[in-house]
Write a protein that binds this ligand. Structure first.
Ligand SMILES: Cc1cc2nc3c(=O)[nH]c(=O)nc-3n(C[C@H](O)[C@H](O)[C@H](O)COP(=O)(O)O)c2cc1C
Length: 276
């Protein structure tokens, strides 16, 4: 019991970079694993054990899926030439080349459409934004299950949203069918132990959790405190010391920061998503 309380306090302190919220509730090894998550951007050359991919995909397929439609797919990329072309789309992120397994998660309506075509049925719901959103949510839930499974097996991961810089190029590289879209990639591999980042602290729970109705009166001091926590984190783990707010503003105040993703609607139209 004392050991459990000790682990939960340690994990909570790391997750918030501050004293844990009280009271701390029940605790177990799953919570411990979840709170230890960190994205890793430097990998060893070592391959994953045989069967790892199948375990990760079984975990992914165990996620809830809207109406059991299963409107997602994943492409496991291990070929260096293909990885280097995908890395070029993603602004040259080197971890894509380093990791032994790069998973590309798709919102995929093509399979269900093909089955309907074979039956001679038209799927009227297909062109709607709702159906695209369902497929994207399905893909994200599946991927996150794979992340947790990977971390439980001692692997590390990092999502690569930068594949959306050029979705039609990704479709071309991976030979994707119409009505499928690469929502993001995921590097999987063994972390380089010399470049393992700390757990990145999150906003205090008060900033994200309301009770019964949305809390519009979150005190601004919360964000000042978090800025200090994140400035210290970035000084320890990154090349430049930045606060969280500075990062939010620099990411969101200029369209150029979207790095091509401002044209996503056009790209989706080309890939067969009308988004009515
Ligand atoms: C959908 C999604 C896309 C992301 N894309 C990238 C990316 O292209 N490159 C990268 O280095 N990290 C990427 N990340 C990782 C985030 O930067 C990271 O999760 C965040 O900074 C919090 O850090 P942590 O995961 O270590 O807690 C992405 C994360 C998500 C959820």
């Amino acid at each position: 019991m004392t050991e459990t309380r000790g682990s939960s306090d340690r994990a909570m302190r790391a997750r918030y970079g501050a004293p844990p919220p009280s009271p701390t509730g029940s605790w177990n090894s799953t919570l411990d694993l979840l709170l230890r998550h960190r994205s890793v951007r430097s990998y060893l050359n070592d391959p994953l054990p045989t069967g790892s991919l199948q375990s990760l995909i079984a975990a992914a397929q165990s996620a809830a899926t809207s109406s059991n439609l299963q409107t997602w797919s994943v492409v496991a990329v291990m070929d260096n030439e293909l990885k280097s072309r995908l890395a070029a789309v993603a602004a040259g992120q080197k971890h894509i080349m380093e990791c032994p397994l790069f998973l590309v998660w798709l919102a995929d309506l093509s399979r269900n459409e093909q089955l309907a075509d074979q039956r001679g049925i038209s799927l009227e719901a297909l062109p709607y934004l709702e159906t695209f959103l369902v497929a994207s949510i399905d893909a994200a839930l599946a991927a996150q299950n794979a992340v947790i499974a990977a971390e439980s097996l001692g692997f590390s991961t990092v999502y690569i949203g930068a594949l959306r810089n050029n979705p039609t190029e990704v479709a071309d590289i991976l030979n994707l069918p119409s009505r499928s879209f690469a929502v993001f990639g995921l590097c999987v591999g063994y972390a380089n132990p010399d470049a393992l980042p700390d757990v990145k602290p999150r906003l205090p729970q008060k900033a994200v959790l309301s009770h019964n109705q949305y809390d519009n009166a979150v005190e601004t001091e919360i964000f000042e405190g978090y800025d200090q926590t994140m400035a210290a984190f970035s000084a320890r783990n990154e090349t430049m010391r930045t606060t969280w707010k500075d990062r939010v503003f620099s990411r969101m105040s200029k369209v150029s920061q979207l790095a091509g993703r401002d044209r996503l609607r056009d790209a989706l139209a080309q890939l067969g998503f009308e988004l009515r």
